[in-house]
Design a protein around this ligand. Structure first.
Ligand code: PBG
Length: 333
């Protein structure tokens, strides 16, 4: 046995000595959470002065751009360094190839420009994927029941350029096509966006915890009973996650993401040990909603449980966390 574990012997060693007061616990705490570790995801809709509830995610709403600006201001006030934008696209604009994603005046581009005008100092993260824009709800182009890889990347790299042009600081491909990071990086470099950060959703699992998100962006109606298992990772695997991270780093990712977070802390930990790249984690809609519904049913203390889960994610080795409750937590930090 490792010597370090045989040193302390009761009663000379009493681990409870360090636990007895809040101040002793503070002195020896190994991990901490600051609002600067948090990223706030926001759902945006067309219109003016609109705030819509999302039934499956209590307390989270869809906002029109003017309201998004208010939320952004709130995030700034609480020292949250970045927000992540997700659009709810009007059904009429959805197509088989998701071409609305390439419209320079689409909802997301308009939102980016408005936010950047007023809040140039907050980090702006944009998803690169087609699911909000396709009539079938998949992240790529669907042909004869297959999600096409290389054809999808072409569109995604164009989507990335358009978002970078509009002012996005971080491009976050969440589509899980093979080779997309390299193609996007090359295009960013050659088209004048050498400062644009790529946050790759490298370890994105085909998870059951995304349900409420798909409700939020309206892709559950389009996706129906289909799943994303031919491109998102099988949650039985962890070596595969390391392999994908290694590839994404080579292709030019600046940060990598693990998603969901809490059921995948082993993955966060392994990536953090294996690679010298910032690892982020996404506490996804299903994880968050369970806490919120737990609060509604008076089973748990929402804020305390949220705080505990975020600390766990940091303890596992994550440097920042996407969290729907970012402002709730920032208020108590
Ligand atoms: C899709 C995307 C998803 C999420 C972020 N981007 C869902 C999916 O893959 O179907 C999930 C986020 C969440 O559940 O909170 N590109």
């Amino acid at each position: 046995m490792n010597k370090r574990f045989t040193i302390g012997k009761f009663p000379r060693t009493r681990l409870r000595r360090n636990r007895q007061k809040k101040w002793t616990r503070d002195l020896v705490s190994e991990n901490n959470l600051s609002s600067k570790d948090l990223i706030l995801p926001l759902f945006v809709i067309e219109g003016k002065k609109k705030v819509e509830n999302i039934n499956s995610i209590p307390s989270i709403k869809r906002y029109s751009i003017d309201q998004i600006l208010k939320k952004t201001e709130e995030a700034c006030k609480h020292n949250i360094p970045a927000i992540a934008l997700f659009p709810y696209i009007n059904k009429k604009l959805k197509t088989t190839d998701g071409r609305e994603a390439l419209n320079k005046n689409n909802l997301i581009c308009k939102t980016i420009r408005e936010i950047k005008k007023r809040f140039p100092d907050i980090g702006l993260i944009c998803d690169v994927a087609l699911d909000p824009y396709t009539i079938h709800g998949h992240d790529g182009i669907l042909k004869n029941g297959n999600v096409l890889n290389d054809e999808t990347i072409e569109i995604l790299s164009e989507q990335a350029i358009i978002q970078a042009e509009a002012g996005a600081d971080i491009i976050a491909p969440s589509d899980m096509m093979d080779g997309r990071i390299g193609v996007i990086r090359d295009r960013l470099e050659t088209e004048g966006f050498d400062k644009t950060i790529i946050l790759s959703y490298s370890a994105k699992f085909a998870s059951n915890f995304y349900g409420p998100f798909r409700d939020a962006i309206g892709s559950n109606q389009t996706l129906g009973k289909a799943d994303k298992k031919t491109y998102q990772m099988d949650y039985k695997n962890s070596k595969e996650a390391l392999r994908e991270v290694a590839m994404d780093i080579k292709e030019g990712a600046d940060m990598v993401m693990v998603k969901p977070a809490l059921p995948y802390l082993d993955i966060v930990n392994k990536i953090n040990k294996e690679f010298n790249i910032p690892v982020l984690a996404y506490q996804v809609s299903g994880e968050f909603s369970l806490l919120k519904f737990g609060e509604k049913e008076k089973i748990i203390n929402y804020t305390e449980c949220l705080y505990e889960s975020l600390i766990s994610i940091k303890r596992a080795g994550s440097s920042a966390i996407f969290c729907y409750g970012a402002i709730d937590i920032a208020k108590i930090l």
